[in-house]
Design a protein around this ligand. Structure first.
Ligand SMILES: Nc1ncnc2c1ncn2[C@@H]1O[C@H](COP(=O)(O)OP(=O)(O)OP(=O)(O)O)[C@@H](O)[C@H]1O
Ligand SMILES: [Mg+2]
Length: 274
């Protein structure tokens, strides 16, 4: 599973070489005003590992990804990526990190093709011909070849999500952060995305932190699963732990029982009942 920081292998989709990069979250807390979202979170993701992070809506998963991607700084504690501060300008040049945003975060004014070509053009990685080969290859892997000239507003939600993943492949990252990569996708496309994440790790040793509610993904490709609830890490262990969670709150999150007689939402009394 874990590889040394110096291991270098070929990206099966683009042919690029890069060492995997691990990350460390060390006693991280994050507040917005009086709202504390992340509460003293600590864990590490080893180079080449697939770590899946699960947790209820609003528990702080996307906020945590933003701290790791260096888009924001924690209020307390620290994050390091390959031993470096992800907010530092030089880290961005030294460590290739890609974040696949929950909503895709595509540039609406650019075509799908130009969204994907933006990063390699800015970093002058190859001729326009080479960039075209990479972009079309990534789009074809995700069955998106036809969408190259289209604009994001012309695509379905699931297509936009796949374009965001294709854009990450073109960036040839050492560390990939995915925010709900399989939500909004049909079961076959969701399985394809899980296979891509697994293949990137197996053949290229790319490190992957995957925020997901997809149990099939977690059970089939993850090395470890962390569960975050209300900003705290509630459990951390192998995916087999998902089958028999020890903590009752985690068990209720993973296997919620639907009980119409005792609903979770506040019951509004009707006139007849009062
Ligand atoms: N920039 C911000 N300013 C203030 N509060 C924020 C900000 N970003 C997120 N929050 C709050 O932080 C909490 C966690 O949000 P977050 O987006 O991380 O949830 P999540 O676990 O990703 O949920 P979901 O599964 O629905 O995507 C929410 O209460 C949200 O309102
Ligand atoms: Mg989120």
């Amino acid at each position: 599973m874990a590889e040394s920081l110096c291991s270098s292998t070929r990206n099966p989709f683009t042919g690029a070489e890069a060492p995997a990069a691990g990350l460390k979250v060390d006693h991280v807390s994050k507040s917005y005003g009086s709202l504390q979202v992340l509460k003293d979170l600590s864990f590490e993701v080893q180079p080449g590992e697939i770590f899946v992070l699960m947790g209820p809506s609003g528990s702080g998963k996307s906020v945590l990804l933003r701290q790791i991607a260096g888009l924001e700084s924690p209020t307390a504690g620290s994050v390091t990526v390959a031993g470096k501060d992800p907010t530092a300008e030089e880290t961005r040049e030294q460590v290739r990190l890609a974040l696949v945003f929950q909503d895709g975060a595509l540039f609406n004014s650019l075509s799908v093709y130009d969204n994907l070509a933006l990063y390699p053009r800015e970093h002058r990685s190859g001729s326009e011909r080479e960039i075209k080969d990479k972009v079309m290859h990534a789009l074809n892997i995700l069955s998106l070849g036809e969408t190259a000239p289209k604009f994001p507003s012309e695509l379905s939600g699931g297509m936009r999500k796949r374009v965001a993943i294709a854009r990450a492949l073109v960036m040839e990252p050492q560390l990939l952060l995915y925010d709900e990569p399989t939500s909004e996708l049909d079961p076959v496309m969701a399985a394809t995305i899980s296979e891509i994440i697994g293949t990137l790790r197996n053949e290229y040793k790319v490190t992957s932190l995957v925020v997901s509610h997809d149990r099939d993904l977690a059970l089939s490709i993850s090395d470890r699963v962390g569960i975050i609830m209300a900003g705290r890490l509630m459990s951390l262990g192998p995916p087999s732990d998902l089958k028999d969670p020890k903590d009752p709150k985690v068990a209720d999150f993973l296997n919620p029982r639907i009980d119409v007689k005792n609903p979770r939402f506040k019951h509004i009394q009707t006139q007849d009942e009062s």
